[in-house]
Design a protein around this ligand. Structure first.
Ligand code: SF4
Length: 107
């Protein structure tokens, strides 16, 4: 169970850092989409749920910010900005390899 603030489980707006106000505009935070929120944290083998969540993200006005948040915060679970956890891990691994290569090149 995710307990801290996420776009999927909105907290009172005044608890948010101004930099995080984008989270108020996420589709998954809208009351009409409450029934869909579990899709964003479905088991990784539930591909239908994951596809449905990603489909909602594709219409979301804050997809870019949400995706970056998920990457920057090291979110281990769920769909964030259309990326699932496996896709985020792949991006992190690639970034780590790139940093290692850059360090070696600079040495
Ligand atoms: S991009 Fe997806 S996960 Fe992020 S706020 Fe929008 S609907 Fe929610």
């Amino acid at each position: 169970m995710i307990t801290r603030h996420t776009p999927h489980h909105r907290a009172a707006p005044d608890t948010l850092d101004p930099k995080e106000r984008w989270q108020d505009s996420g589709i998954c935070g809208l009351p009409d989409f409450e029934d869909y929120r579990p899709l964003f944290f479905a088991p990784t083998n539930d591909l239908d749920a994951m596809r449905a969540a990603k489909s909602l993200c594709s219409f979301c006005p804050v997809q870019t910010q949400c995706r970056q948040w998920g990457l920057d915060q090291g979110e281990q679970f769920g769909v964030w900005g259309g990326l699932d956890e496996r896709e985020r891990r792949s991006i992190w691994r690639r970034a780590s390899r790139d940093r290692t290569a850059q360090r070696k090149a600079a040495a």
